[in-house]
Design a protein around this ligand. Structure first.
Ligand code: CS2
Length: 486
C-alpha cells in the first residue's frame, strides 16, 4: 500500500509529488476515475499543482458494483495516491506518484456527498471520462435519449440522481439557487467534438427537467472541446505484479501508460482553469483538425488492427502490429481510405503521424491488450469509422478494407478465436436483443447492429454483400484468407 507516509521514503528512481499534498485544495470534480483519466488528465493536473495548488481533484465513481466498492476502499486506504509508469517503445520506463487526486467518493453510497462538492464554490471544473458510449446519444436521431431507463429514473427523482446527467444538472440547479457561478463541464472522452456532445447531452437532460434551468446552464456553463491522447492498457494481475516488482513500491492501484501524451483543448472555461499550458497542454481556437486526425487515424486503425488481432489469437497490440498481414492491411487502410480525405492541422505531416502511431502500437513493454481495444466496438466503430465509411460510400471508393473490418468485428463478437480459445467480448451498450443478433448465424440480420447505424441512410448494398462474403471466408478459411488483396 502507498500512503502519505510512504512519500518520505520512496524507492530509488520513483519520483514523488513536487508539492505538499496537504496544501492542495480541490478545484475539479471528476466522474469516471479509470486508468485513462489517471494517466492523462490527472497526470497533467499533477504537473501544475506546484504552481497553483487550487486544482486538486475529487474523483467520483458512479457505479455501485462490488468492484467499484473495492476500488473506492483501496483509493481511500492509499490516501488517493497511486503510481504511474510511463513506458517507451524502447522499453525504457519511469515511475512517479500522482498526488492530485485528493478525495474519492462512491456516488451510490452517498449521493449527497457528491452534490455537496458540486455546489462547493471551490469546485470550478467538472470533468468526466465516461467512455464514447456514455453520453446516451441516440445515434439515429443525434439527440439525447430520453427513453433510457436510468435517465427516466433520474428525471423522476431529480434530487437523488444516479446518472452523471442527473448529478451535474442537479449540482448546477443548486448553484443557481445559491447565487453561485456555474462550472465548466469538461469532457475528456475520445469523441469528435466531445464538448459539443457533452453540451447536447447535459442540456438535453436539463431541458427535460426544467427549461429555465437549461437556459441558465446554456448561458453560464461552458463545454470546451478537446483532443485527448495517451494509450493506457488495462492493468492485469501480471502487469500489476510486474509494475510493483520493477518500481519497488507496493501499490494497490498502479497505472501504466505509454510515454507519449497529448491534450489539445479550446480555451473556453466558465470559471477559471489551471495553468495547464505549463504542463504542455495546447490551447487552440479549433480542435477539429487535431481530433479528426487522432480519431480517424490512431483510434480507427487500432480497431482495424485488433478486431482481426483477437481472432488470430494475438493477445497484445504489439503482437498484432508485428504481424505483417494485419499491419499491411492497416497501412493500406490509412493510406488509401483515411488519409486522402483528411485535413491535417498546420505543421503536421500525416505520413509522419501514421508512422508514429504504428511505432506507438509496437510498444511491447506496455502490453496493451487487443481485447481492450476491441471492447465497446459498437460505440467505437460509430465514432472512429463513420466519416471514413461515409466518404468511401459517397464517392464510390474501394470498400474492401472497411468491409473486412466490419466482418472481423462481427466475427470477433462470437467470443472464440481461430485456435478455438474462448474469450468474453465486452459490449457495454448491448442489450439482449443485440447479443442475440451478434451470436446468431444470420449474417444479414447482424448488419442491423447499431455499430453500423451512422451510414444506413446511404446505399450500402455492395458493402453489406461484401461483409457477408468476408464473414463466410473467415469461417471457412480463416482471417488471413479473408484479408483484402493489396
Ligand atoms: C483505443 C484508445 O480504446 C481504444 O480503442 O484506441 O483507448 C486509445 O488507446 C486512446 O484513445 C489513446 O489515446
Amino acid at each position: 500500500m502507498i500512503t502519505e507516509k510512504t512519500l518520505s521514503s520512496l524507492p530509488a528512481g520513483v519520483n514523488g509529488p513536487l508539492y505538499d499534498i496537504r496544501k492542495i485544495k480541490n478545484g475539479i470534480l471528476h466522474f469516471g476515475v479509470g486508468n485513462f483519466f489517471r494517466a492523462h488528465e490527472a497526470f497533467y493536473v499533477d504537473a501544475i499543482l506546484k504552481d497553483d495548488p487550487e486544482w486538486g481533484i475529487v474523483g467520483v465513481g458512479l457505479t455501485g458494483s462490488e468492484r467499484s466498492r473495492k476500488k473506492a476502499e483501496t483509493f481511500t486506504s492509499q490516501d488517493c495516491l497511486y503510481s504511474l509508469t510511463a513506458t517507451a517503445p524502447s522499453g525504457e520506463h519511469s515511475t512517479r506518484i500522482i498526488g492530485c487526486l485528493r478525495d474519492y467518493l462512491l456516488a451510490p453510497a452517498d449521493p449527497e456527498a457528491v452534490l455537496k462538492h458540486l455546489v462547493d464554490p471551490e469546485i470550478r471544473i467538472v470533468s468526466m471520462t465516461i467512455t464514447e458510449g456514455g453520453y446516451n446519444m441516440d445515434e439515429k436521431t443525434g439527440e439525447f435519449d430520453l427513453n433510457d431507463e436510468d435517465v427516466k429514473t433520474d428525471l423522476q427523482n431529480p434530487d437523488r440522481p444516479e446518472t452523471v446527467f442527473g448529478y451535474v444538472v442537479e449540482g448546477l440547479r443548486r448553484r443557481r439557487e445559491a447565487g453561485l457561478p456555474a462550472f465548466t463541464v469538461m469532457s475528456c472522452d475520445n469523441l469528435r467534438h466531445n464538448g459539443n456532445v457533452a453540451r447536447k447531452a447535459f442540456l438535453g437532460y436539463a431541458r427535460a427537467r426544467d427549461a429555465d434551468l437549461a437556459r441558465w446552464i446554456e448561458e453560464n456553463a461552458t463545454f470546451p472541446n478537446s483532443m485527448v491522447d495517451r494509450i493506457t492498457p488495462t492493468v492485469t494481475p501480471d502487469i500489476h505484479e510486474k509494475l510493483n516488482r520493477e518500481s519497488g513500491l507496493n501499490d494497490d492501484l498502479p497505472v501504466i501508460a505509454e510515454d507519449f501524451h497529448q491534450w489539445v483543448m479550446e480555451d473556453r472555461f466558465a470559471n477559471g482553469r489551471p495553468p495547464l499550458e505549463k504542463a504542455g497542454v495546447q490551447f487552440v481556437e479549433d480542435v477539429t483538425p487535431y481530433e479528426q486526425v487522432k480519431i480517424r487515424m490512431l483510434n480507427a486503425s487500432h480497431i482495424m488492427l485488433c478486431f482481426p488481432g483477437v481472432l488470430v489469437a494475438c493477445d497484445t497490440v504489439a503482437e498484432a502490429v508485428q504481424d505483417a498481414d494485419l499491419r499491411g492491411n492497416v497501412e493500406t487502410f490509412l493510406n488509401e481510405d483515411v488519409m486522402p480525405a483528411l485535413r491535417a492541422p498546420e505543421g503536421l505531416s500525416l505520413e509522419e503521424y501514421r508512422d508514429s502511431v504504428l511505432h506507438r502500437f509496437s510498444n511491447a513493454a506496455m502490453g496493451d491488450q487487443t481485447l481492450r481495444i476491441a471492447g465497446d466496438g459498437c460505440s467505437k466503430i460509430q465514432v472512429f469509422w463513420t466519416d471514413t465509411v461515409r466518404k468511401a460510400l459517397e464517392s464510390k471508393r474501394d470498400i474492401a478494407r472497411i468491409a473486412f473490418g466490419m466482418a472481423a468485428y462481427l466475427e470477433m463478437l462470437r467470443g472464440v478465436n481461430e485456435k478455438g480459445d474462448h474469450y468474453t467480448p465486452n459490449e457495454p451498450t448491448f442489450k439482449d436483443a443485440q447479443w442475440k443478433l451478434a451470436k446468431s448465424d444470420d449474417f444479414v440480420a447482424a448488419l442491423g447492429l447499431p455499430a453500423f447505424d451512422a451510414w444506413r441512410d446511404l446505399d450500402t448494398t455492395a458493402l453489406d454483400q461484401k461483409v457477408i462474403e468476408i464473414r463466410k471466408i473467415i469461417r471457412e478459411k480463416g482471417v488471413k484468407a479473408a484479408l483484402p488483396v493489396r
